[in-house]
Design a protein around this ligand. Structure first.
Ligand code: FES
Ligand code: FES
Length: 160
């Protein structure tokens, strides 16, 4: 039976009625219509579904929607502002780290979480933060370089 759910996604409040077994990933994509968050393994292994829940990265395929009741969610659609790409997104574009549309949203969300808590993260911290985001085709070198470039851009521009 559907139960009431109130969640704030990218600053907008949603008042929904959702069955208890539905995941946060399903609600974000199918009820709210934000399809930037990708459905990959649905087992917590690939990171394609990563969102921020109260500022912390989670695999939304492993979170029941009702566990997020009353909480704040940020998806990839909430990272840019008014049509301007976030420095992390610009760095990914400029460094050839947009390798496919499937893993990239999760990579960027995990990067945002990392740089919010550690703006001067080194290579080891970057690798550690992205270890839950799998790329099955291209590799991680350009992604790591893009995260380093994003740190510089954010420090210069003062944007978080
Ligand atoms: S779809 Fe959630 S971790 Fe793969
Ligand atoms: S570039 Fe997306 S899975 Fe490899």
């Amino acid at each position: 039976m559907k139960r009431e759910l109130r969640i704030r996604v990218n600053g907008d409040l949603y008042h929904l009625f959702v069955e208890p077994h539905r995941t946060l990933l399903e609600v974000i994509r199918e009820e709210i219509g934000l399809t930037g968050t990708k459905k990959g393994c649905e087992l917590g292994e690939c990171g394609a579904c990563t969102v921020l829940l109260d500022g912390r990265p989670v695999n939304s395929c492993l979170v029941l929607a009702h566990e997020a009741d009353g909480r704040e969610i940020t998806t990839i659609e909430g990272i840019s502002r008014g049509g301007d790409l976030h420095p992390i997104q610009r760095a990914f574009v400029e460094h050839g780290a947009i390798q496919c549309g499937f893993c990239t949203p999760g990579m960027i969300i995990s990067t945002k979480a990392l740089l919010d808590r550690d703006p001067k993260a080194g290579r080891r911290e970057i690798r550690n933060a992205l270890k839950g985001n799998l790329c099955r085709c291209t590799g991680y070198i350009k992604i790591t370089e893009a995260v380093e470039a994003a740190e510089d851009m954010m420090e210069e521009g003062g944007r978080r």
